[in-house]
Every structure is written in structure tokens, then in C-alpha cells.
Design a protein around this ligand. Structure first.
Ligand SMILES: *Cc1c(COP(=O)(O)O)cnc(C)c1O
Length: 366
């Protein structure tokens, strides 16, 4: 059996350090908005090349609070890809605004800059590129497009911490970016957590206030805020893991290179790494016209897989748009994508086992 993901391996290896970090927090007994959170904020701001980072309760809250921090509210439109995790769109609704779906580029499944230009209206306020699966969206073109029209860019960087586009780390291209520490992400907490990174002083200040009841200090509540902070135990654990992120990313890239060599020549569409991009392979996602049959054969061979995602976002019951013609690439992706096991603790023998199973399944399917 080769699992799709096995987090117990990571935690067994780090257990001593994680327990020591938890003990430090217990001894200090300051559980929210303390020193561990501030230290993690400084470390991640530096990694993303941004001036500020603000820890919050989840990646979803990071997007929602960043949107409000960028001044998005009722009557505004935000451009978001038609293919992503659902939170890239629902957070726009939570902020009181309207998501406007844009189709994705077929090679990376990230927002299509040309389709984005066509979706623009006088109400457009923000564009939200998602660095899906760990590959950067075309952020240079998107940032130039936004700047020329006075729009803000909010990067959904939940899946691509440490990826680069050109000479810059993603999360440092836009006005602000969100990070998610959902347990399965490349830097995963042992629970929920998220962060807003930004170079804009005004956005950082607003998000700091929004995460803590709209408080400017000493119980002065100047606006409707929320209760969404990153707690100290998670921050301390994330700091332990952050020290490994570089080597984990190298390991993900090694696994991906092994897959790309071993799966070449099959009737599969393999992930690409565009020139100028450094992919961090949060997911290694292939495409096959008979995706469900392929997944079934792999399951029978003892290989775990997952589908990210089985529906285009506007096709979710929540939105129920009739959108096959408007966002054809997103709808096609939803029928074809299949993620293979790709986590740093996998052995090379397991990677080779997946390659063999995929080769046999493809022969079977003809
Ligand atoms: C995980 C994820 C989120 C939400 O993060 P949570 O921490 O789970 O709230 C948002 N966008 C994308 C693309 C994600 O993968």
C-alpha cells in the first residue's frame, strides 16, 4: 500500500522537538498574540519578501480579512479563477463582494490573464491569482495588468509557499497574499492556521485590527472585527517545521522529477514547470480523459490518489452556474485531474511503485 499522504511519518520524526516547543508555550502560558506568533510572522514575512505578516485562524480567514483590508466590500467585484479550492471564491462573498470567475490556462490551471482582461468591469476592485498545486500563476503579467488599471492583487498562496516566479518569491508579488497552514499544506500546522503577508502598512494594520475584534488597543473597537488569531502552540510548531521547509521542498521536487521521467510517453498530461517558475509541488497532478477508471485501477493496485478538484468552482451547488461554455478549461480540468502521492517522507521505492502502477493502469486502459 502506498498512501496518498501520510503525516504520521513527519510527526514521528519531529516528535521530540514538537513536544519541547509545546512545553515552552505551556511554561510561558501566553496562548494568543505572543512571542511565538510574532517570531513566525517575522520569519514568513522575510521568506515571502514582504514587510509584514499577520497570523490568523486559517487560510480562509487570511483571504477574507485581506479582502476587507484591501477595501473590498458591497458592490465590488473580484476576479478569481474558475478552477481552485472553493475558498478562493467564498471568501469574496464573505467580504460582501461578488466573485467574477475567470477561466484558467490549460497548462498550469492558473488564471488566464487574457480572459481576466475580458472579465473586467468598472466594479472590478481586486484580482486574485491562485498559485494552484504549487505552480505560480503568471503574476508578473497580472501585477502589470492590475497596476495599469488601479486594481489590487491578492495572491492566494495557500499551496505555493516558497515557489518563485522570476527573481521573486510568490506571495511577494501582489498587494497582499494569504498563506494556509491547513495540515496537508507544504507547511502544515497540527490544526488550522493562516497568515496574511503584505508590504502595505495600511493593509497590515487593518488586518491586525480585524483579527482581534476591530480593536485599535485598550478596548477601542472602531469597526466590526472578528476573532481569528493564530495560537501560540501552532506558531511554535510551525517554526519547528519551517526550518525543514527548504529540504522538504527539494524532496518534493526530486519526487516530481522522478515521476516526470518515469511517466514520460504515457497518454497522460503531466504537470509543467514554466520557464522562470520554480514549482513547489504541493500536489503532483496529472490529467487523463478516463480519470475515474485510472483512479480505480490505482486503488486496486494499492496506490492512494485524490481529485483536486472534482468540480469547477462555478459548478459547485453553492454557485450552480451553467458554465461549461463560459469556463471550458476549468470544467474539463475537473473531469480529468488526478493527484498522485507526493510528500517529502515518501521513499524513492514508493515513487517507483506508483510509476509502475500508473504504467500498468494506462496499458490496461489502452
Ligand atoms: C487550503 C486552501 C485555502 C484555505 O485555507 P484553509 O487554511 O483551509 O482555510 C484557500 N485557497 C486554496 C487554494 C487552498 O488550497
Amino acid at each position: 500500500m502506498i498512501p496518498f499522504l501520510d503525516l504520521t511519518r513527519q510527526h514521528a520524526a519531529l516528535k521530540g522537538e514538537l513536544m519541547a516547543a509545546a512545553e515552552r508555550v505551556l511554561d510561558a502560558s501566553q496562548f494568543v498574540l505572543g512571542g511565538e506568533g510574532r517570531a513566525l510572522e517575522a520569519e514568513l514575512a522575510q521568506l515571502c519578501g514582504a514587510r509584514h505578516a499577520v497570523g490568523v485562524g486559517s487560510g480562509t480567514d487570511a483571504l477574507r480579512l485581506a479582502l476587507t483590508g484591501l477595501g473590498v466590500g458591497r458592490g465590488d467585484e473580484v476576479l478569481t479563477p474558475a478552477f481552485s479550492f472553493v475558498a478562493s471564491a467564498t471568501t469574496i462573498l464573505m467580504a460582501g463582494a461578488t466573485p467574477v470567475f475567470v477561466d484558467v490556462q490549460p497548462d498550469t490551471l492558473t488564471i488566464d490573464p487574457e480572459a481576466m482582461a475580458r472579465a473586467l468591469t468598472p466594479r472590478t476592485k481586486v484580482v486574485m491569482p491562485v498559485h494552484l498545486y504549487g505552480h505560480p500563476a503568471a503574476v508578473d503579467r497580472i501585477a502589470a495588468f492590475a497596476q495599469a488599471r488601479g486594481l489590487a492583487v491578492l495572491e492566494d498562496n495557500a499551496q505555493a509557499l516558497g515557489a518563485t516566479w522570476g527573481d521573486r518569491v510568490v506571495g511577494g508579488w501582489g498587494d497582499a497574499a494569504c498563506l494556509s497552514f491547513y495540515p496537508t499544506k507544504n507547511l502544515g500546522a497540527c490544526g488550522d492556521g493562516g497568515m496574511v503577508v503584505t508590504t502595505r502598512d495600511d493593509v497590515a494594520e487593518r488586518v491586525r485590527r480585524l483579527r482581534h475584534h476591530g480593536d485599535t488597543g485598550r478596548y477601542q473597537h472602531v469597526e466590526l472585527g472578528y476573532c481569528s488569531r493564530l495560537d501560540e502552540v501552532q506558531a511554535a510548531w510551525l517554526r519547528v517545521k519551517l526550518r525543514r521547509l527548504g529540504e522538504w521542498t527539494e524532496r518534493r521536487r526530486h519526487i516530481a522529477a522522478r515521476y516526470l521521467a518515469g511517466l514520460a510517453g504515457l497518454p497522460l498530461r503531466l504537470p509543467v514547470e514554466r520557464p522562470g517558475a520554480r514549482h513547489v509541488y504541493h500536489l503532483f497532478t496529472v490529467r487523463h480523459p478516463q480519470r475515474d477508471a485510472l483512479a480505480k485501477r490505482l486503488a486496486d493496485a494499492g496506490v492512494g490518489t485524490a481529485v483536486h478538484y472534482p468540480r469547477a468552482v462555478p459548478d459547485q451547488p453553492l454557485f450552480a452556474a451553467d458554465g461549461e461554455r463560459r469556463w471550458p478549461e476549468a470544467y474539463r480540468a475537473a473531469r480529468e485531474v488526478l493527484s498522485l502521492p507526493c510528500f517529502p517522507e515518501m521513499t524513492d521505492a514508493e515513487v517507483d511503485g506508483v510509476i509502475d502502477a500508473v504504467r500498468r493502469a494506462c496499458e490496461d486502459l489502452g
